[in-house]
Design a protein around this ligand. Structure first.
Ligand code: ZN
Length: 277
């Protein structure tokens, strides 16, 4: 029996070496995507993320596949006394999976660990200030670290999922940072398909970011949350939230930005939702 297992392991290693680790990984993803999705999971998702009730069967099937991969590949850990449950994992993965519809197949490649606090948490940050360092503490609902960690507040995850269309969603925001951080530090430019895409992306995002900064400085009404004017990386994360939650507003007021995100996420967020929310 042991000899047979060792032989099987040996064969699997040989196959992995022949096909390449990436191919092996992709085959595993295909297997996970096609795995049966338990019906009690769909009940939890539709209750906690009402958007799902308005998606077509084919969209839902694709998303369930991505959720299966995320639940298997990522580690979830409760902090501040919170016990991780299936409900918490599903509510997070169901929203994060929306960003994966482009089928790039990387599944937030750097991300290993998702830490969840019961509510907003205190985070400390060290900022260089001349020859000194400033130690600041801030109350946060989410954070994304380049070393492959996302930190979230369970209370805010639930609130944001139920208040779709207000343009704010902590899961979309922090996981958009993870996409941005796949190519290095967060800069507001995720990995794009072609070299020429960077030119168009840079031109449109720079122009739109400067416009948001201008409008926020003057206290003007904006489609995107003013937090997007704090840095280009935040602009990309906030633009992602707006693209999914306020697509009509974004398409009307910022058509170029909308089209760029549509190309990136391979999704026309204006017409994928059936019926009124
Ligand atoms: Zn952010």
């Amino acid at each position: 029996m042991i000899k047979a297992l060792i032989f099987l392991l040996f064969i699997l290693i040989i196959i992995a070496l022949i096909l390449g680790i990436d191919t092996f990984k992709r085959l595993r993803y295909i297997h996970l995507r096609n795995k049966q999705f338990p019906s009690d999971w769909t009940v939890i998702i539709e209750r906690n993320v009402p958007l799902y009730k308005h998606l077509s069967e084919s969209w839902r099937r694709r998303l369930y596949g991505h959720i299966n991969v995320l639940l298997t590949q990522k580690t979830f850990k409760g902090c501040g006394g919170l016990q991780i449950t299936n409900e918490i994992k599903l509510t997070i993965a169901a929203q994060a999976a929306l960003l994966l519809l482009s089928e790039k197949g990387n599944y937030f490649s750097k991300l290993r660990l998702i830490l969840v606090y019961p509510s907003a948490f205190i985070a400390s940050q060290t900022t260089p200030f001349g020859e000194y360092y400033l130690e600041e503490t801030q109350v946060k609902t989410g954070e994304s670290w380049q070393i492959g960690i996302v930190v979230l507040s369970w209370q805010d995850i639930q609130y944001d999922a139920k208040h779709w269309q207000d343009g704010r969603n902590v899961v979309l925001h922090e996981f958009a940072h993870q996409l941005d951080q796949e190519g290095g530090s967060a800069s507001g430019v995720p990995i794009l398909e072609k070299r020429s895409d960077y030119v168009t992306w840079g031109r449109i995002f720079r122009k739109e970011y400067e416009q948001l900064c201008y409008e926020v400085e003057r206290g003007m009404e904006t489609v995107m949350d003013e937090y997007g004017a704090t840095a280009p990386a935040e602009f990309f994360a906030v633009a992602t939230e707006t693209f999914f939650e306020k697509p009509f507003h974004m398409k009307r007021k910022h058509p170029e930005l909308y089209n760029e995100l549509k190309r990136y996420y391979k999704l026309d967020s204006v017409d994928w939702i059936e019926g009124a929310m």
